[in-house]
Design a protein around this ligand. Structure first.
Ligand code: SME
Length: 150
């Protein structure tokens, strides 16, 4: 599926009255199924300076609440940008969820200047994320911003 397909699917569900939480769970599933390199997929929502894990697919993580500035997730918010880490072992400010994780990508869910949350993907493959993944996730994040801001 392309980012446009995922967005259209979410919009259709929204139009028939599916609620926010279920839309966010469906989004994680559709994203997770997009690539066999996506080994952990989650959505965090930003609340009072803390990223709270809304839902995920993959191994359970202890990092369900991450303050802005901490780890890859908190860095993306602090620096207001997409973060693509080809090799997590090279990072100092990193919160490990799973010893098998080799690379990670975080894309912000943003409405204008306001950061509402993020999509976080971990991969067991080093350097798993391309510009194409980034575009795909940014497209989906745009739709998620409408859903979360509603
Ligand atoms: N590795 C992240 C923490 C979240 S887990 O990947 C699920 C980080 O450094 O912020």
């Amino acid at each position: 599926m392309t980012g446009a397909h995922v967005s259209a699917t979410l919009e259709q569900l929204r139009l028939v009255g599916v609620g926010r939480d279920e839309l966010l769970r469906t989004a994680v599933k559709l994203i997770h199924d997009n690539s066999e390199h996506y080994d952990w997929t989650g959505i965090y929502l930003l609340k009072d300076g803390v990223l709270e894990l809304h839902n995920y697919l993959g191994a359970p993580t202890e990092h369900t609440r991450i303050p802005v500035g901490r780890g890859v997730c908190g860095t993306a918010v602090a620096e207001n940008r997409t973060v693509n880490v080809p090799d997590v072992s090279a990072l100092e400010n990193y919160l490990s969820c799973n010893v098998e994780t080799k690379s990670e990508m975080v894309v912000l869910i943003q409405k204008g200047e306001r950061i509402l949350g993020q999509i976080d993907i971990d991969s067991h493959t080093r350097n798993a994320f391309s510009e194409e993944d980034e575009k795909f996730l940014e497209r989906v994040a745009g739709k998620l911003a409408e859903i979360v801001a509603d």
